[in-house]
Write a protein that binds this ligand. Sequence first.
Ligand code: ATP
Length: 337
Amino acid sequence: MRAEFDGVTALRDVSLSIDEGEFFTLVGPSGCGKTTMLRSIAGLTDEAEGRVAIDGRDVTSAPPEARNVGMVFQNYALFPHMSVHENVAYGLRFHDLDGRTDDERVAELLDLVDLAGVADRSPEQLSGGQQQRIALARALAPEPDVLLLDEPLSALDARLRKRLRVQIKTIQQELDITTVYVTHDQAEALALSDRVAVMQDGRVEQVAAPESVYRNPASRFVAEFVGDNNLFDGTVTDDGAGVAVDGAALPLPAGSDRRPSESVTLAVRPEVIEIDDGAASADTTLAATVETVEFLGDAYRVHCRWRGRRIECKSTASAPPAGEVTLGFDADDAQVL
Ligand code: ATP
């Protein structure tokens, strides 16, 4: 898929294949092309060039209503002058229900989103989270082959966002519906998805399961965008076994197979770095100074300085570390980019 708007390239040869029943997420910073990709699948973007097939059926020239996709947007998009019941029933206007009445189907959907009690209310009498669940019910009403969700939670507060994302995932699994989800929130992407496509500047940087994207980022961009990371830029030492960073040699993971003098980045997640006691047995140790400590509830985030550079680690000790500390990690817990 390719897309360009007045000289701005939104998608550069993006090709994706999404499995049936999969929860697939497009994640990336603002402007990277996620929405354009989603709208291309729905048939809502004239500027997109390429081919879209759903369930083996080429829908490239089909209008949106003939693609059998359901879509939920960020801003609810419910009709304010219609009741909740009428909003959900609106989703059925082109759909033949195979013997069931519209009322039965609406009741089924309101049950599904756990809002059976609000059928007669108007959208303005509902909270943001409830409105979004109604929007989801409306999108699901015609039994679409694919559910497309564009930042459905971003207008909600953090607590509600977390609660609703679990509900979305539960409903998706219950219906086993192929779902394409767009978000700029990497934590949301990791929490919800079977696979994630990390996008930047109109390109897909990596497509993989959340665990792989987190543990084996394919690029520096992915390593920085997904989760927290400490990135050490340096050059491979003469013996090929380490990377020279600020006058120290940090060992490379086994089997890194890098040439001497090659520029590499060593990526080390905060949670693999041990402080003091735990650091003693590590194969890489760094003498650092604690600068700031944040309490996270279940752990402390510890911001340290080592040779002028900031290093972030996580401590689950009962008291936060302070002053001069030894940081340690095993080379095999780091990734080379
Ligand atoms: P966001 O999270 O901010 O919505 P996004 O990753 O969904 O970002 P897109 O909305 O797909 O990104 O936009 C990709 C690029 O294409 C951006 O540079 C955007 O400004 C541009 N773009 C998207 N739609 C249009 C349009 N209708 N007209 C002009 N430019 C557009």
